[in-house]
Write a new protein. Structure first.
Ligand code: DGJ
Length: 479
């Protein structure tokens, strides 16, 4: 008996898995070894090692799939509830009558749920933008229904006003032990600056809401206000201020806000920076610039465990993303920058980290209309980033192809619940932007990918990022 061992070792995120192919061929070594006594020892040691490695990898994968290594049994049960697939069966209304002239002008094509979503006069409008009667009002005692998020419904603050924090993000401030939700305050009329321009609301400012439980939000006011008079100012109301994000700098003791600054035609394509001594502002606007000399539109910030913060922005006319570290004070970028997702035309980036791996979710570029989200993963924040597929689960096909009729804006890690995150998205109401809704859903990292990536030699290199549709859901510790 003679054999040759061909080993190929593939590094997995979870550790090492050893793949061994055994090919028959004559071995000089074995022929020279009188009696071949060494051979069985070598074979059995190798087999033993392999079994041990497989066992370790299997145990690790199971831990990852159950959401982390430190979850209690009851938390795992609650995770499973959040990972239940909830279906949506929305019936399309019967086709509406059209005048013969209208029919001639525009031939009829089948109506889809997405058409109905975009059609302001659709009877289905209320499914996506439910009215006053269904508001979520955390001041009320809902008994067993308290603490339930209801994606798409109006959500009131502690004064009973609809929360205005669009394109936002959340900062957990360990000094005050509070969550702060910053976003675009859009409570003004929607109009078009030009015939072909996107719908807009004049800049009012960046709002801030505070909360201890992520459900009851107190309005802390406008923490960075628009400029009313000076037309040359970045924050003049005729401009664009979108997607504000705030991080805390331990070294300087400042809260630092970055945002997308633009003119009404989106040609300035810059980032703006503001700082404050307090999470509730007021923020002092410093300046705007084109980071690394490039156009920058949708953007986000990410602060890593080692305190280094990064700016991620859509660039080169939204055809790619750029990523680079901020300087030590977080008030500027450094010279280092990498182009990522080149040619993929993505925007609305959000970034988070789980067990040493970086994940990103992005949207396509279709103005205020919803489109398909994609998840991306990387071992290193500076890339290379790999696209791993659509993270949306449940609802129905249209829900999954439109990110549940919403667009990513932030992913919030939940301390004490490794592997569980809140995915925050905006359901834009392009006819009345102030009435855009929040779609918060549970996001988990764990399961294997739906499809293996072609060049991974058949091994799952990444875990699946999953966002589960729920009409209502609550966090595991809210029981
Ligand atoms: C899509 C972006 O994600 C939004 O933040 C906003 O800029 C709209 N485009 C404007 O059309």
């Amino acid at each position: 008996m003679s054999r040759d061992f061909l080993q190929s070792i593939t590094r997995l995120r979870s550790g090492y898995i050893v793949r061994v192919k055994i090919k028959s061929r004559k071995s000089t070594f074995l022929r020279c070894n009188a009696g071949g006594r060494l051979f069985p020892i070598v074979v059995w040691s190798l087999v033993g090692c392999l079994l041990l490695l497989q066992l370790c990898s299997f145990t690790y994968q199971r831990n990852v799939q159950s959401g982390g290594t430190h979850l209690s049994i009851s938390q795992q049960t609650q995770f499973r509830e959040l990972e239940e697939v909830e279906k949506e069966n929305i019936q399309l209304p019967p086709p509406r009558k059209r005048s013969p002239r209208a029919a001639k002008r525009k031939p009829k094509r089948p109506t889809t749920l997405i058409d109905e979503f975009l059609d302001e006069s659709s009877p289905l409008r209320r499914v996506f933008f439910p009215g006053q009667r269904t508001v979520v009002d955390p001041r009320k005692n809902y008994g067993n229904d308290t603490y339930y998020y209801r994606p798409g419904r109006m959500w009131l603050d502690t004064e009973g006003n609809p929360i205005q924090a669009h394109g936002g993000g959340i900062l957990y401030d360990s000094r005050t032990k509070m969550y702060y939700w910053y976003g675009e305050y859009k409570d003004g009329p929607t109009y078009h600056a030009h015939k072909k321009g996107a719908a807009r609301v004049d800049v009012i400012g960046v709002s801030c809401y505070s909360s201890k439980d992520l459900w009851t939000w107190k309005n802390e006011g406008i923490v960075l206000a628009a400029e009313e008079k000076n037309e040359t100012h970045d924050l003049h109301k005729s401009n664009v201020l979108e997607r504000p994000k705030v991080i805390y700098n331990e070294k300087t003791g400042k809260y630092v806000m970055w945002m997308h600054i633009d003119d009404a035609n989106y040609t300035k394509a810059s980032v703006g920076v503001a700082i404050s001594d307090f999470p509730t502002g007021p923020f002092n606007y410093l300046y705007s610039k084109r980071p690394h000399g490039y156009d920058s539109r949708d953007m986000t910030l990410f602060k890593d465990d080692d305190g280094v913060a990064y700016l991620v922005y859509s660039s080169d006319k939204n055809s790619e993303l750029h990523i680079g570290p901020l300087n030590k004070d977080y008030v500027d970028v450094t010279e280092t920058m990498r182009r990522i997702l080149v040619g993929q035309h993505r925007e609305a980036p959000v970034l988070f980290k789980h067990q040493g791996t970086y994940y990103m979710i992005t949207s396509g570029c279709t103005s205020w209309s919803p489109n398909e989200a994609l998840a991306h993963a990387s071992e290193s924040i500076m890339g290379p980033w790999e696209t791993i597929g659509n993270p949306c689960i449940g609802g129905n096909k249209n829900f999954r192809l439109t990110t549940f009729f919403a667009q990513s804006t932030f992913v919030l890690p939940l301390s004490g619940l490794p592997g569980l995150f809140i995915f925050m998205a905006d359901r834009w109401n392009r006819a009345d932007l102030r009435d855009s809704r929040y779609v918060w859903l549970p996001l988990t990292v764990g399961r294997p990918l739906d499809r293996p990536i072609e060049y991974n030699f058949g091994f799952p290199l990444w875990s699946r990022v999953s966002i589960y549709w729920h009409k209502k859901w609550r966090l595991p510790y809210r029981r």
